[in-house]
Design a protein. Structure first.
Length: 300
């Protein structure tokens, strides 16, 4: 297949590209800067969003378009940063839609990044793709608007999937390295109440689930990219400490994180119990369904 990826150099994008190329698909990575990014076997970098760029002239018979682009949420949420977080996601999605409209042959599927933040936070409720009402916090609002923009691809006859990512666990980047650092410094412990849920997934399962959605024509709309066994933060921390042989003993009170991180503290102080119902109903098999299997496999 010929696959276009916007945001193909990040943690998920790079692993996805590697996986697709191994199966002899050709990947076109859309980027603002093609300098020092020469075409390699089955990977072509194409400039876009600069004056005069016409990427559609280099894209023929495209089967899949994937958008993984967006400003990081791992920074203090000033009003200006909130605006960047929202606008970067809306604009990237708008640009993908505009590109697909210009293609003579439309792709069969458009996969747009999203997040489990859509559901808002809860200590007691479990969320699946059947839950249609967005939460009321900032992230939920961002995701709701983001998905509304992506859904417009359906109007041009393109199957559309919203990839609602949980926390990605990987050996070489992402949240896990930040989470394990306090334990390595012998300062690991319960964060906040410890009762908040963490919905996570191994990077390999995340990539495989994206590819599963590409190939399964019955999948459309929201798709939870999470493992089937979310955990409460206290239990997650204990498992992480045990994995590296470090104590889980020094709690981090909620007020301290709120002072340090501001509104962004909700990423670690609150959470949601998200179940990948649609993936399981369609027969997807997780390679690392439990946290123990995941942590045992990853280099920490």
């Amino acid at each position: 297949m010929n696959i276009v990826i916007c945001g193909g150099t990040g943690l998920i994008g790079s692993k996805l590209v590697e996986s697709l190329v191994k199966e002899d698909h050709h990947v076109f990575i859309l980027t603002r800067n093609t300098k020092n990014k020469n075409k390699t076997a089955n990977v072509t970098y194409i400039s876009w969003l600069n004056a005069g760029d016409q990427p559609e002239h280099h894209l023929e018979n495209i089967d899949v378009v994937i958008n993984l682009a967006g400003e990081t949420i791992n920074s203090r949420w000033t009003n200006e940063q909130k605006e960047r977080i929202l606008n970067s996601r809306i604009e990237a999605t708008e640009n993908c839609l505009a590109l697909m409209k210009r293609l003579t042959k439309k792709p069969s599927v458009f996969l747009n990044a999203s997040a489990v933040g859509f559901y808002g936070t809860s200590l007691t409720e479990s969320f699946t793709e059947d839950h249609q009402e967005a939460g009321t916090d900032f992230l939920a609002s961002v995701v709701e608007k983001w998905e509304q923009e992506a859904e417009k691809a359906s109007s041009i006859g393109v199957r559309t999937v919203m990839l609602r990512f949980g926390v990605i666990l990987a050996s070489d980047g992402g949240a896990l390295q930040k989470m394990v650092l306090p334990y390595k410094l012998l300062a690991g412990g319960t964060i906040g109440s410890g009762q908040q849920w963490l919905s996570w997934i191994h990077i390999d399962d995340a990539v495989n689930l994206i590819r599963f959605a590409i190939n399964n024509k019955d999948i459309s709309g929201p798709l939870n990219i999470t493992a089937p066994h979310p955990m409460k933060m206290k239990d997650f921390g204990k498992s992480l400490g045990q994995r590296i042989g470090k104590p889980h003993w020094l709690p981090t009170p909620s007020f301290a994180l709120k002072l340090l991180l501001g509104e962004m503290s909700l990423l670690v102080l609150e959470g949601q119990n998200v179940y990948p119902k649609k993936a399981i109903q369609h027969g997807f098999r997780f390679t690392y369904p439990t946290l123990k299997e995941t942590l045992d496999h990853l280099e920490i």
